[in-house]
Design a protein around this ligand. Structure first.
Ligand SMILES: C[S@@+](CC[C@H](N)C(=O)[O-])C[C@H]1O[C@@H](n2cnc3c(N)ncnc32)[C@H](O)[C@@H]1O
Length: 243
């Protein structure tokens, strides 16, 4: 089996590269997770891309599957490992519904290299498929573009981290710029003095952007985030902090 992991950007069909479009057109089947109740907009976007960008009005090459839920037993690594196995089974079962298919693609949010498990899950498939990756626009690229800022200062490094790490370990020593993803609990509130460039629903019609001095605008972001989350039922946000 040939498996293509295709980065589709962060919610704007215009993020699709020509390479991504060509890759999705080249495969026998496109495996698309079915709509979940909480992230309905994201599932819709994948179908919208299939229908409008790829012209697959009849969805003939689209195979839908149910994404298993991750358990929360308190042992994070073991839960993730079990979940990866379950997702690998779901992909295999979906692929087998198209008996003559030799190649499949998955549409990966952003880029497959950044906080995404598809590459790790693909290694659990049996037999191990021939995997190719098509790069996509990441949430961080969408964020820096939306604010029209460089990611790094002159010649300086950047650390990409998660909200959980920032909350548990604080600001890492020797780092000037932090890019923070996967933060469900506003870890920036405990940081103190820094500049922040924050964005939610980047690339989408409801994109939200706030930038400024963290002590002055942290509360505004928390309130905006709470309101937006209530309205959509879900939120994806990312931010850059600089000291
Ligand atoms: C599981 S990671 C996936 C990252 C993705 N592979 C990428 O390349 O951007 C999900 C996190 O990406 C960020 N993210 C993804 N899409 C976003 C969007 N449209 N706006 C803001 N942040 C987004 C958020 O930090 C979210 O918690």
């Amino acid at each position: 089996m040939k498996l293509l992991l295709v980065g589709i950007g962060t919610g704007n069909p215009n993020h699709m590269t020509l390479q991504a479009v060509a890759a999705l057109k080249s495969v026998d089947v496109i495996l698309v997770p079915r709509k979940g109740v909480d992230k309905a907009d994201l599932a819709d976007l994948r179908f919208q891309i299939c229908e409008s960008v790829l012209g697959l009005g009849d969805r003939s090459r689209v195979v839908e599957f149910d994404l298993p839920k991750r358990l929360d037993s308190g042992d994070y690594l073991s839960d993730v490992s079990d979940w990866h196995d379950a997702v690998a089974h779901a992909w295999t079962a979906a692929f087998r519904t198209a008996p003559n298919a030799r190649s499949a693609a998955l549409m990966i949010w952003g880029d497959p290299s950044l906080y995404d498990s598809a590459l790790r899950i693909a290694r659990r498939l049996e037999p191990v498929p021939d995997v190719s990756v098509v790069p996509g626009i990441t949430a961080l690229q969408a964020l820096t573009a939306a604010h029209a800022i460089p990611l790094n200062t002159l010649g300086a490094p950047v650390m990409i981290t998660t909200g959980r790490r920032l909350r548990e370990s604080g600001w890492p020593a020797g780092v000037e710029t932090l890019a923070v993803m996967l933060d469900g609990t506003c870890a920036f509130c405990q940081i103190g003095n820094a500049s922040i460039w924050w964005g939610a629903y980047l690339g989408m019609a409801d994109e939200l952007l706030v930038a400024g001095s963290l002590p002055e605008i942290a509360d505004e972001i928390v309130a905006l985030r709470r309101k937006a989350r209530a309205r959509h039922g879900w939120i994806m946000d990312s931010y850059i902090l600089r000291r």
